[in-house]
Write a protein that binds this ligand. Structure first.
Ligand code: R5P
Length: 291
């Protein structure tokens, strides 16, 4: 048996396969059967290393079901392997990293207890929404960035006087990182979200972007609300084309259609979540964090 096994959760199978090749590990596939009442049965195909196992599964929707899958895979791996690392490319619940309104439960704290409880010794995520979430964990954590990979992809496009734009101040550092790799300048808009209704507003007034191609950079797109509001604002400022670069394209319901309708030319995301827009492979970046 190889010294290392990579166990693929169902929706991260492709990424896990690439990772397994790069790490020269033994690839272990999982099959899931979901019963009519919503419970799942998980079966592993392949032998586990006695030394080290890497579980790979994102927390894309159905979030809670995938969370149970990750926990089950870690738990099973720990029965055989001395060390179990969980790669959770898209870390769900990372927006619930603090008590924003009184009474809100900090779900990241709960997750920290669960991952530790089933036997993970380390969690690796890609562009976690905020690293504050990881402060709630008592096991080792590492956040790796897909931004350089995304920026390298955009270098292949021919853009006119491009400018990198973050839709909010929270994403300023991300935009800066992208711009550095992409060799351009960057700005961050002022966004306000109503914590009760979730509605988004752009507070920035006028900016000088006329005739320029813009790249909106974000960690994730869920409903598309943030990207749509930012695009509508930027179009009013007479920019040329708007591209979107994001790590995790959840694109819930008809988000992609609505984003395109708002004037976005193209959405490019990483393969932390599989989908039509997931054109940027991050397996190399994850592999480097494991070695
Ligand atoms: C918020 O701060 C995040 O970085 C994203 O901008 C946000 O979570 C995206 O969500 P939605 O697509 O629903 O606006």
């Amino acid at each position: 048996m190889n010294n290392l096994s990579v166990i693929a959760g169902k929706s991260s199978e492709n990424l896990a396969k690439r990772l397994s090749k790069k790490l020269e590990a033994n690839f272990v596939r999982s099959e899931i059967t979901v019963f009519p009442d919503g419970e799942s049965k998980i079966t592993l195909y392949g032998g586990l290393s006695k030394k080290k196992s890497i579980v790979v599964q994102s927390m894309d929707p159905p979030v809670d079901t995938n969370l149970v899958h990750i926990l089950s895979l870690i738990s099973k791996a720990k029965e055989v392997s001395l060390e179990v690392i969980a790669v959770i490319p898209y870390m769900g619940y990372a927006r619930q990293d603090r008590e924003f309104l009184p009474g809100e439960i900090v779900t990241m704290k709960v997750l920290g207890k669960l991952f530790k409880g089933v036997g993970a010794s380390k969690i690796i995520a890609v562009d976690i929404h905020s690293v504050i979430g990881f402060k709630q964990f008592t096991i080792k954590t590492k956040n790796v960035s897909a931004i350089p990979d995304l920026a390298r992809y955009f270098k292949k496009l021919s853009l006119k006087n491009p400018l990198v734009v973050s839709p909010d101040q929270g994403g300023k550092e991300r935009a800066k990182e992208f711009a550095k790799e992409f060799n351009s300048d960057y700005i961050a808009l002022e966004k306000k979200r109503d914590r009760k209704t979730g509605k988004v507003e752009i507070k920035t007034k006028n900016i000088e972007v006329a005739g320029r191609d813009l790249i909106l950079v974000d960690d994730m797109i869920s409903t598309g609300g943030s990207i749509i509001k930012a695009t509508q604002f930027l179009k009013k400022q007479k920019c040329k084309r708007v591209y979107v670069a994001c790590t995790h394209a959840l694109l819930m319901n008809d988000a992609e259609k609505k984003i395109k309708k708002s004037g976005v030319t193209s959405i490019i995301s990483a393969n932390t979540i599989p989908g039509k827009t997931s054109l940027v492979d991050v397996s190399n970046t994850i592999a480097k964090a494991i070695i």
